[in-house]
Design a protein around this ligand. Sequence first.
Ligand code: ADP
Length: 268
Amino acid sequence: RLWATAQALLGHSMAYGTLVVLRDATREHLARQAGNDFVAHVAHELKSPLNVIGMYGEMLADASVDDPALRVEAINVIQDEVERMNSLVNNLLNVSKLEMGSMRPERHRVKLDDLLRDAWQQARARADSKGIRLELQVARDLAAVSVDKDLFRIAINNLLNNAIKYNQPGGSVVLAADEGDSDVVIAVRDSGIGMTPDDRERVTEKFFRVRETGLEQRGGHGLGLYLTNQIVELHHGRLTIDSELGHGSVFSIHLKKMPALVEGGQVL
Ligand code: ADP
């Protein structure tokens, strides 16, 4: 529309230089707008936990509130909110590294068995506390892949955390890894709340969160899947999502297999 308006306003011979300025100004304006929205969004996300910490901190400082149960609750709430802010700040640091192009994967030949087992172990306490069964199903002799272990851990942890978070007591989560002809596929399957096809299309967008899922109680900032997807793409892999509202979801990471190493006639 800008082009058309500018062309209508200006003679054709003068238009070119002016149009360039107009387009640049528009782009700058949009970038500034996106930046402002981002700052406003992050400020808002940090403000609510800070308010809660402030309130409960005041309560702890008030000697007249001497009910031990209340004091324990205050400490728990403060710890939870600090954890929430921590995860937001860590995610933001990763997003900023990613967007500045300074997140460079250091890829090595990795057999994923140990890494997946560690991630499973770490997530077990969280799953237990929510009454969710967490299973590990890794195929024997899984082919090696080329990954940056630290980045890949972030991706797997995000998927496991979500599978536990968007689930219900009595539900289950399976962390599975298997291989096809050319790919290793790591899947996180949950029997949780699932999502609609429209939401499924959008969940890897930055700050996107599905409404009407009681999100206040589930925490989060809409950055986990954005980061996960970017990390998978940095590895030249693919993240696919299957989901059915009310029944559960499967998030799968597809990575190219590395050729087997053979030494002295033995496959390593
Ligand atoms: P958040 O911090 O909100 O969890 P994510 O980027 O990890 O951010 O996820 C984006 C949104 O996708 C979530 O807010 C949630 O609505 C939806 N979502 C993610 N994982 C699942 C899942 N396993 N089951 C159902 N919905 C999910």
